[in-house]
Design a protein around this ligand. Structure first.
Ligand code: UDP
Length: 553
């Protein structure tokens, strides 16, 4: 229906004339191919050539106009994975006059977001590389609304999680394969190409061993807003909402306690927990809680999210299914199990997620340190950790190794061998790690009180000086509270003062509870000091420094 309506809005001849006269127009953000997103009018795609086409005319715009630097190495990354050479975007150029000799273009009226999914078979990749970036790219450009059309150019088929991609807009996403059905030449009336990388927190180890990104720009708040939006689309009722519905505070507390449960996310084909029943029993006994198991093989994804969104603890082997921890309620714990010889410190996508500021999820890892409890699969295909294809010598070395050394993605046989082991979880050591881990669990109340509002600058900073004797002087610094403080309830307000003798490159830092102070130690007569003052809320929320004061004794 909506398709017909918008088709009707586009007069074919007007569109064709506009394309012929104005050609393609492109305006992008970003200085580098790795941070670029481009907006196009009349970007076309030739399904014959399998290339996007930019039509030049007298009124075409191409900004940035990189010349042939456009190929060094590309105009932009089509996926959110940084600078991956299989994910580059570029276009071919043609004069608009060539349209006369080409098949009649089919126009796509929808505002379109064109991107590559990175690995749609793997749930962690689906969320981290595609869904979150697409969701926030759409928030960045307000015309990419619920009616937007998504086009996936990586060339894969729908994959097992296509229903999740469908949640991003009301229109069916298109695959590269399907573009053929629109004819030999299709032109997107308005489109955006590329994905925001703002929300990604992990790099997979293509150029250096995997780990958290160097400069993480996302907080738990944005992850949770995304999770909530997705849950709404899946028609999942949230626990907090059910709680709001009524009953006294006491009732709620009682109810909450009774309803506390632990989720064990199980894998049924690879990287198994061999004594899952025993693990479940131990958890139930230790925490006096119900334990529920879920698996991607047995439940629908929304039903898994429903269960996880009310859980107190999520226990699972390391693996993509742990990305569902982003649906845990605040204050919950994630317990990630690692097979023998795999160091939890080196594989931290889920730890990093749980630890994002404001995520309020407590993270605990356990690793199997008992070699007799690991079950290896040397004869499987290499991609499931088999090593039979290697030299005998190399096989022996891997079998004898007690820890996988740091390595790059993605085909390191020792890594694959170890990460695809099955594990008999040693219950005493598992419970020990859990008990220890839960001791350091921060209270949610504290986390809530720790507000995220930063202080403003201190106002009207002033200094006064006096000389006492030929080698004694005083420096008094005073200031007013930041403007936003009077609207806030802050547990602790402190001020930091830096004093530097002009020309020196070190400074003395002081932390003060009050709004003025007279310094006399280390203050010399007839000397110029530079003084900076800033406000600090609750020990770690730093405000900006006020303009530097120049104070001459
Ligand atoms: N998977 C699963 N059960 C299994 C093994 C895998 O549901 O027994 C899922 C897993 O969650 C992921 C995908 O299949 O979404 C690919 O799993 P793989 O082991 O290749 O990746 P990893 O979990 O190590 O990221």
């Amino acid at each position: 229906q909506s398709q017909e309506v918008s088709q009707a809005r586009i007069d074919y001849h007007v569109a064709l004339q506009a394309l012929q006269e104005h050609g393609t127009r492109m305006v992008c953000t970003g200085k580098m191919h790795t941070d670029r997103i481009c907006r196009f009018d009349y970007l076309c795609y030739s399904s014959e050539a399998e290339e996007f086409v930019f039509f030049h005319s007298n009124s075409s715009v191409m900004l940035p106009n990189l010349g042939s630097r456009r190929f060094q190495p590309a105009l932009l990354d089509l996926s959110s994975v940084e600078d991956h050479n299989t994910q580059y975007f570029n276009f071919l150029e043609l004069p608009a006059a060539a349209l006369k000799f080409m098949p009649k273009p089919v126009f796509v009226p929808d505002i379109t977001l064109i991107l590559n999914r990175f690995n749609p078979d793997n749930l962690m990749h689906v969320f981290h590389d595609d869904l979150l970036p697409a969701y926030y790219t759409m928030k960045q450009y307000s015309d990419l609304d619920d009616e937007a059309r998504l086009v996936f150019m990586e060339g894969w088929s729908e994959g097992p999680h296509f229903d999740l991609y469908r949640l991003l807009s009301s229109k069916q996403p298109l695959l590269k394969e399907q573009l053929k059905n629109f004819g030999k030449l299709m032109c997107f009336t308005k489109s955006y190409v590329g994905l925001s990388k703002m929300t990604t927190w992990y790099q997979y180890g293509f150029v250096q061993p995997q780990g958290p990104k160097a400069n993480i720009l996302v907080s738990g708040n944005e992850i949770r807003q995304f999770a909530r939006a997705l849950m709404d689309k899946m028609n999942i009722t949230r626990v907090e909402e059910m709680e709001k519905e009524g009953g006294s505070a006491e009732d709620k507390k009682e109810k909450e306690k009774k309803d506390d449960y632990i989720v064990v996310f199980s894998r049924s084909t690879t990287r198994l927990i061999l004594n899952e029943a025993e693990v479940i029993m131990a958890l139930a006994q230790e925490f006096q809680m119900r334990v529920v198991t879920v698996s991607l093989e047995e439940q629908s994804f929304p039903s898994i999210v429903q269960v996880i969104s009310g859980a107190s603890m999520l226990v699972s082997m390391h693996g993509a299914q742990l990305i569902t921890s982003l649906f845990l309620p605040r204050g919950a714990a994630v317990v990630e199990l690692f097979p023998f010889a795999v160091n939890p410190e080196q594989y931290t996508p889920y730890k990093t997620l749980a630890s994002l500021p404001g995520m309020d999820i407590h993270y605990i890892s356990w690793r199997n340190t008992k070699e007799e409890n690991t079950f290896t699969h040397p004869d499987r295909p290499w991609e499931q950790g088999g090593i039979a294809h290697l030299d005998k010598e190399e096989q022996d070395r891997i079998q004898a190794s007690k820890e996988v050394p740091r390595h790059l993605c993605c085909r390191n046989p020792e890594w694959l061998f170890r990460i695809y082991q099955d594990t008999l979880v040693d219950i005493p050591s598992f419970l020990e790690v859990l008990k220890e881990g839960m001791k350091t669990r921060p209270s949610l109340k504290k986390a809530k009180v720790a507000s995220t509002v930063h202080p403003g600058r201190v106002r009207e900073p002033k200094c006064q000086t006096s000389v006492q004797t030929t080698n004694e002087a005083k420096l008094t610094v005073a200031w007013q509270i930041p403007w936003n403080l009077k609207f806030l309830k802050v547990r602790e307000v402190k001020y930091e003062v830096w004093i530097q003798e002009q020309g020196e490159n070190t400074y003395m830092p002081y932390i003060l509870p009050q709004q003025n102070y007279t310094f006399s130690e280390n203050i010399k007569p007839f000397t110029t000091y530079l003084v900076w003052v800033r406000c600090i809320f609750n020990k770690n929320l730093l405000g900006p420094f006020a303009d530097v004061l120049t104070c001459r004794t």
